[in-house]
Design a protein around this ligand. Structure first.
Ligand SMILES: Cc1cc2nc3c(=O)[nH]c(=O)nc-3n(C[C@H](O)[C@H](O)[C@H](O)COP(=O)(O)OP(=O)(O)OC[C@H]3O[C@@H](n4cnc5c(N)ncnc54)[C@H](O)[C@@H]3O)c2cc1C
Length: 506
């Protein structure tokens, strides 16, 4: 029996899944997911990612079984798995989404393409997001994004499955070397993705404006869709379309709700904008986006600082509380992620690569294109962004003025009186001895103000180099966003542009 092979990767859904829909139009389909041992050995992989994939596949498999099919789980390197399947029962075409992943998946896709060529099997790949493969001109990118998002959401009309003689229930065991699976992380699957989107559109988005910066309000005010988008449990197109139609249905007086959803849509656009950078230049996973910054930090990485950061023992309560929350939940809001990288890159003067490897394992929503671009942007190595240095003491004063957040995640801070909340290391000895948990309280790794000033100076000096100035235009041409030109910007857009975090200087 002739059939098409649908290869699921980070697109673990049945709705708006173009490879599945297109393959189903031609006749029977066979669905596979491949556990690739090498992929899970990469330094950016964590147990939480594997478990989230497993949960998402379970949801997908449950749904496909209702339709008479299933997802088969295979283990091995993809070309080997394809060979095995093909020898058992040849397929007529391979169907999958394009992936903008890490260096491993990039090289693997080249091997899969070579395998298909050798075996005369057409490989049909479809865009997963508003990311353009082979983009020649950044100026046309936004129009391409809009076009992708406007296409109808694809539904499965009818489906015939090719199935092997016996199909076992879905089972997959995590490779034993994998670590880190936060207790309170989100669980995978399209069913939960839809519930999360529903609660956001109908209620939580009312708190989006003004609620996303503080780590206290952000867990509710933000959409929390990032992991579902990263693993494709829901398509970006479906999220954009549902949000836009929800916006249209709101009455004129729902201005707060409207502003929240408009700001959210611009984030969805940024999602693809950032992934496009890695798609257009895969090397930014490893190398500075602007080569003029090469050699700036590589030589003096102090591993003791990196270890202290990972262990939540920098001595700056806001930093240590964020690291602890991230460790326990797998999630942190944008501002606090940016603050962590800023502290690593400036006062601690750490190179973005080891910091990014560690954070990739901590973020459940790890998406290489966004992640590495943001790491470089917050570390000042893109050459096109304003230097943003987040002072953890000021962030605490602005976003946790009563210490609720730091006391939630750092038990020793519960003993510290309000007066010393932001700089507990300045507490006089007699008060410190009253704080029962003072022995647990780390001292700051260094003097924040002096170290930050030195770091800014070093970056600024580099920025003045002739070759650094000369190289900037090439980065702008390739990666910078083109500002939206609107005759009458909406008030939400004006507000968005006025908030530094939302600036469009990407
Ligand atoms: C150093 C650093 C690393 C990051 N790494 C990742 C990552 O690996 N994966 C990831 O999805 N996001 C990453 N972000 C962006 C952002 O912090 C998260 O997308 C956001 O916190 C996820 O929560 P949410 O879905 O509730 O966001 P919402 O605010 O509800 O946003 C909705 C969606 O828009 C996208 N988005 C939001 N903010 C950004 C942004 N600044 N840039 C690009 N896309 C954005 C995400 O897909 C997100 O799910 C990173 C940010 C920083 C500073």
């Amino acid at each position: 029996m002739r059939y098409s092979l649908v290869w699921f990767k980070r697109d673990l859904r049945w709705e708006d899944h173009e490879p599945l829909v297109q393959a189903a139009r031609l006749g029977p389909v066979r669905c596979i997911y491949v556990i690739e041992p090498e992929l899970w050995l990469q330094p950016d992989a964590a147990l939480q990612h594997f478990e989230f994939v497993r949960e998402s596949l379970q949801d997908l498999d449950d749904h496909l079984r209702i339709l008479g099919g299933c997802v088969e789980i295979h283990t091995g390197e993809v070309p080997e798995v394809l060979s095995k399947i093909w020898h058992e029962a040849p397929f007529t075409g391979l169907y999958a989404h394009e992936e903008t992943g890490n260096a491993f998946t990039y090289a693997r896709d080249l091997r899969v393409a070579a395998w298909c060529k050798t075996h005369h099997i057409p490989w049909h790949e479809f865009a997963q997001f508003g990311v353009v493969r082979g983009l020649k001109n950044r100026n046309v990118w936004q129009a391409a994004w809009e076009k992708h998002m406007a296409l109808p959401v694809q539904h499965l009309v009818s489906l015939t499955f090719w199935k092997p003689p016996s199909v076992a229930p879905l089972a997959m065991a995590a490779p034993s070397h994998l670590q880190h699976n936060p207790r309170y992380r989100q669980r995978g699957g399209r069913t939960l993705a839809l519930a999360t989107l529903h609660s956001f559109l109908n209620a939580r988005s009312m708190g989006y404006r003004g609620g996303i910066s503080s780590p206290l309000s952000a867990p509710d005010a933000c959409s929390r869709l990032s992991a579902y988008l990263a693993y494709g449990c829901i398509s970006m197109r479906e999220v954009v379309q549902r949000t836009r139609s929800h916006l249209e249905s709101l009455p004129p007086q729902a201005s707060r709700h409207r502003a929240g959803l408009s700001a959210f849509v611009s984030r969805l656009y940024w999602h693809c904008h950032f992934i496009q950078k890695l798609e257009s230049e895969p090397a930014i996973e490893w190398r500075n986006m602007h080569p003029g910054y090469d050699g700036l930090r590589e030589q003096d990485v102090d591993l003791a600082y990196l270890e202290a950061l990972k262990e939540a023992r920098t001595g700056w309560p806001m930093v240590d509380a964020c690291v602890t929350m991230l460790r326990e939940t797998g999630w942190l809001n944008f501002r606090m992620r940016a603050m962590l990288v800023s502290v690593a890159a400036y006062p601690l003067w750490l190179h973005w690569r080891p910091v990014g490897e560690w954070l990739a394992t901590q973020f459940l929503d790890y998406e290489p294109g966004i992640h590495w671009s943001q790491l470089q942007m917050q570390s000042g190595t893109t050459g096109i962004n304003t230097t943003r240095v987040y002072n953890p003491i000021k962030q605490a004063q602005d976003h946790d003025p009563h210490g609720v957040f730091v006391r939630r995640w750092l038990p020793y801070m519960r003993q510290v009186p309000d007066t010393w909340l932001f700089e507990p290391w300045l507490m006089p000895g007699h008060e410190l001895s009253h704080a029962a948990a003072s022995a647990d309280m780390p001292q700051p790794l260094l003097d924040l103000a002096t170290a930050t000033r030195t770091a800014k100076q070093r970056l600024h000096e580099r920025r003045q180099h002739t070759d650094v100035k000369a190289g900037k235009q090439a980065v702008v041409e390739k990666h910078a966003s083109r500002k939206l030109i609107r005759k009458r910007p909406s008030s939400a857009m004006k507000q968005a542009e006025a908030t530094p975090q939302l600036g469009f200087d990407f």
